[in-house]
Ligand binder design. Structure first.
Ligand code: S3P
Length: 162
């Protein structure tokens, strides 16, 4: 793998990583999509009959399987929190997309597919972001603020660093 893109839900990881992979002409990988392939069902369907703990176990398994693949990987929002050592051991540049609470809220308010948003509500989701921020920061080699940029500008900024 060439790099890992992390960040909270709604920070634009998937869109930015897709653009970045196109520009670098490498494979785009999205951990959530790999999990969906592995499960044969959507993440929200999986949460309906399984616990978050079970989801995290699958997430870690799929993350470990992806270590040897080539390309750029966008993780899920919670992936870094439960896989600090796995990500550190990958020894790849980690980019954090950091996005303001208001932007996250407005993006996630239009979303019905994320189980944690449905469980916690928008204020609960921001509390979760605050709980996670220290680990995001600890793991990241580069922090990119996304609020004042288009996804393409974010991708270009990462490209300059890579
Ligand atoms: C989660 C984020 C989601 C997905 C799952 C749990 C989280 O990914 O992995 O719903 O714990 O933050 P996105 O960040 O791609 O929405």
């Amino acid at each position: 793998m060439d790099a890992i893109i992390i960040g909270f839900m709604g920070s634009g990881k998937t869109t930015v990583t897709q653009l970045l992979a196109e520009k670098l002409n490498v494979k785009f990988m999205d951990l959530d999509s790999l999990i969906v392939q592995h499960l044969g069902q959507s993440i929200s369907d999986f949460f309906k009959s399984n616990s978050e703990e079970e989801f995290r176990a699958v997430e870690t398994e799929v993350l470990k399987q992806s270590v040897n693949l080539k390309g750029i990987l966008a993780t899920g929002g919670g992936t870094p929190i439960y896989n600090v050592d796995v990500i550190k051991n990958m020894d790849l540049p980690v980019f954090l997309l950091d996005t303001k609470n208001e932007t996250i809220k407005s993006r996630l308010s239009q979303d019905t597919g994320r189980p944690l948003v449905n469980q916690l509500g928008l204020d609960g989701i921001i509390d979760l972001k605050h709980q996670r921020d220290a680990i995001y920061n600890e793991l990241s080699d580069h922090i990119i603020f996304t609020d004042d940029k288009t996804p393409l500008e974010v991708a270009n900024q990462i490209l300059k660093i890579l």
